[in-house]
Write a protein that binds this ligand. Structure first.
Ligand SMILES: [Zn+2]
Length: 189
């Protein structure tokens, strides 16, 4: 009788340990699944919690994206006021770090999304708020988001299962992108 392998490897090993704690990482996997099945309220609760945890731990790359994802989930669940506050909270982290490129790019993407979700009024409010926050003399070119190299990424993160949208991905180098949710490095083909 063949001996069972107790720790069968599942797919290629991650390039480095995910920055989130294991518990947060599992919660994130669950939240992505809840988003897929349309349980936005519960997904929002989890994203919110993981975002706060990441924020407390000083993970300033993951925290804003997780707040934004929490905001997106709450808005889809109909809790628009709460969701809007979380979008602002995420964007405020970029503003606090003077990452005006990320602030504007992520902000205008959130404005577009609010319009897609049928919340033209909130889209306008967010647009006005972005204009208020951004300093008139800030040089947006100071924090550019590297444009995507012509490489193929998996559709979802191999580690947390989050959807990898080309316009939300940051590239660490021409072969490696970073998951916007768990922060793991993902190898592109
Ligand atoms: Zn991930």
């Amino acid at each position: 009788m063949p001996r069972r392998r107790r720790f069968a490897p599942k797919g290629p090993p991650p390039l480095h340990r995910p920055p989130l704690e294991n518990r947060a990482h599992r919660a994130l996997q669950r939240a992505h699944r809840l988003m897929e099945i349309g349980d936005y309220a519960n997904a929002g609760d989890i994203f919110d919690r993981v975002a706060r945890g990441a924020h407390d731990r000083g993970l300033m790359r993951q925290a804003p994206r997780l707040y934004l994802q929490a905001g997106r989930a709450y808005i889809l669940a109909g809790a628009t006021k709460q969701g809007f506050g979380l979008l602002q909270q995420g964007l405020q982290i970029y503003a606090g770090s003077q990452l005006w490129g990320q602030f504007q790019q992520t902000g205008s993407r959130a404005v577009d999304e609010l319009q897609q979700f049928g919340h033209a009024d909130l889209a306008k409010d967010l647009e006005n708020w972005l204009q208020e926050i951004i300093p008139a003399n800030s040089k947006l070119a100071e924090s550019p988001i590297r444009s995507a190299p012509n490489r193929q990424l998996p559709i979802t993160c191999t580690s947390c299962g989050g959807p990898l949208k080309p316009n939300e991905i940051e590239w660490l180098n021409p072969h490696t992108a970073e998951c916007p949710y768990c922060g793991i490095a993902i190898h592109a083909e």
